[in-house]
Design a binder for this molecule. Structure first.
Ligand code: PMT
Length: 402
């Protein structure tokens, strides 16, 4: 799959730069046209000649060096690239990418590329776990940059932890998986809902839940990467993956309108959103004030049921393949089976949100997938991105077998 592809390899200044030589060599052996771009710091670790010899192409480092090709070099390379991989990606270069800083050849090129971008972070564990780095990775992920690794293990500084660059073979495998997946969903429209709805009590308060949108946004990203036209209706305040149509909503009623607007020509609907079952009869126009501050100063709020969007889709559906999610705390399977039937969905993904690593707000999930034909699969703890990839595969198999 990689043969003939133009791959730009960005190499940053870290001890893992030596592994980039193996990566460039592996890509060249796969038949890629590899173009290496190094930061000045990277040249302190590995000589550019190594990369020139392994790739068979000139290595770019300096912005204002004598051009090695006739076009404005960073733009020329950016236009040519089918894939860009930054490995190792240091905290510094990730920060530049997240903020759009362009002060050397590599960072300028990374602003100009339009092809899929992969980064393989490599740094000391403390730097990797730092809030700033995690925020930058989140921003990049939101823009559609694919993060490979990092792995855990012994680090150059003598400590052990997360931050080792993924092995070159794993990076090549990730690129191959990406190319295999790309296009599998082309021509299909997928509607995904995400986050937790908020039902206002007054201008400053709401009834809500802990839905962060991580699960739904991961699914939107995976379907988009696989070539589907994706509409993401989200109540979460997180960045939407690049390339999806994102409709932002707050309440269940807004979510219902947005979903119905895009339902008719959708092929698949995946409802990960945690929709509030009830809302206050009426939101107060002004902030509700305490009346006396006494112990018996109770506030009574009358709630009315919200529309059940998924059940409504279940009644309306024609060609659409409906996937519901269910968050349960007890009698998990019994409740899930009841929802599968009552809401008339094709597949129901249930998570026991009392389990560590499952459900709201976390980056991982543990689910059981139930289908209308009675089949059932238990999936172990995995990242929400992995879960999304697996779910997309399973749904595609079902669509293709119909
Ligand atoms: O967003 P994260 O922080 O990543 O968390 C992910 C998650 C825990 C929210 C997700 O994995 C999940 O379980 N989503 C479903 C949560 C939920 O509301 O479950 P439920 O059992 O109440 O609803 C069942 C299904 O009906 C869901 O698909 C829901 O979107 C839908 N529903 C529910 C109520 C309603 N009024 N309208 C609906 O469409």
């Amino acid at each position: 799959m990689l043969a003939g592809k133009h791959v730009v390899c960005g190499v940053c200044g870290g001890i893992a730069a030596y592994k980039a030589a193996a990566l460039v060599s592996a890509l060249a052996r796969k038949g890629c046209h590899v173009h290496v771009v190094m930061t000045r710091a990277a040249t302190e670790f590995v000589a550019p000649l190594t990369f020139r010899s392994l790739s068979g192409n000139p290595v770019c480092i300096e912005m204002f060096a004598e051009p090695k090709i006739w076009k404005v070099e960073h733009v020329g390379l950016a236009e040519q690239a089918d894939l860009t991989v930054v490995a190792p990606a240091t905290a510094n270069v990730l920060a530049k990418m997240a903020t759009g800083l362009a002060d050397d050849f590599l960072s300028t090129l990374l602003l100009a590329v339009r092809c899929p971008v992969f980064v393989a972070p490599a740094m000391n564990e403390a730097m990797f776990c730092h809030e700033a780095t995690q925020h930058n990775l989140e921003v990049l992920r939101g823009r559609g940059v694919r993060i490979i690794g990092p792995a855990a293990g012994m680090q150059a500084c003598g400590t052990s932890g997360v931050g080792r660059m993924s092995e070159p073979g794993e990076i090549v495998a990730a690129l191959e998986v990406f190319l295999t997946q790309q296009g599998r969903w082309r021509g299909r429209k997928v509607l995904v809902t995400a986050g937790g709805t908020r039902e206002p009590l007054d201008p400053v308060r709401y009834i809500g839940n802990a839905g962060s949108g991580k699960m739904g946004h991961a699914l939107a990203e995976v379907f988009q990467e696989s070539g589907a036209e994706v509409v993401l209706v989200t109540a979460a305040e997180r960045e939407a993956p690049g390339g999806v149509k994102c409709v932002r909503v707050t309440t269940a009623e807004q979510m219902r309108s947005a979903v119905l607007a895009d339902f008719a020509d959708a092929d698949v609907v995946v409802k990960t959103a945690a929709v509030a079952d009830y809302r206050p009869v009426q939101a107060a126009e002004q902030k509700i004030k305490k009346t006396g501050g006494q112990e018996d100063d109770r506030l009574r709020v009358e709630l009315v049921p919200n529309p059940d969007i998924l059940a409504e889709l279940g009644r309306m559906k024609e060609k659409q393949f409906l996937v519901g999610f269910a968050a349960e705390t007890h009698d998990v399977l019994a409740h899930a089976e009841e929802k599968l039937r009552r809401k008339n969905v094709d597949m129901l993904v249930v998570n026991d949100v009392t389990q560590e690593g499952a459900g709201f707000g976390v980056d991982t999930n543990i689910v059981t997938v139930l289908c209308r034909d009675g089949s059932r699969e238990d999936w172990p703890l995995m990242s929400k991105k992995e879960l999304a990839e697996r779910l997309a595969e399973v749904v595609l198999e079902r669509l293709q077998s119909d």
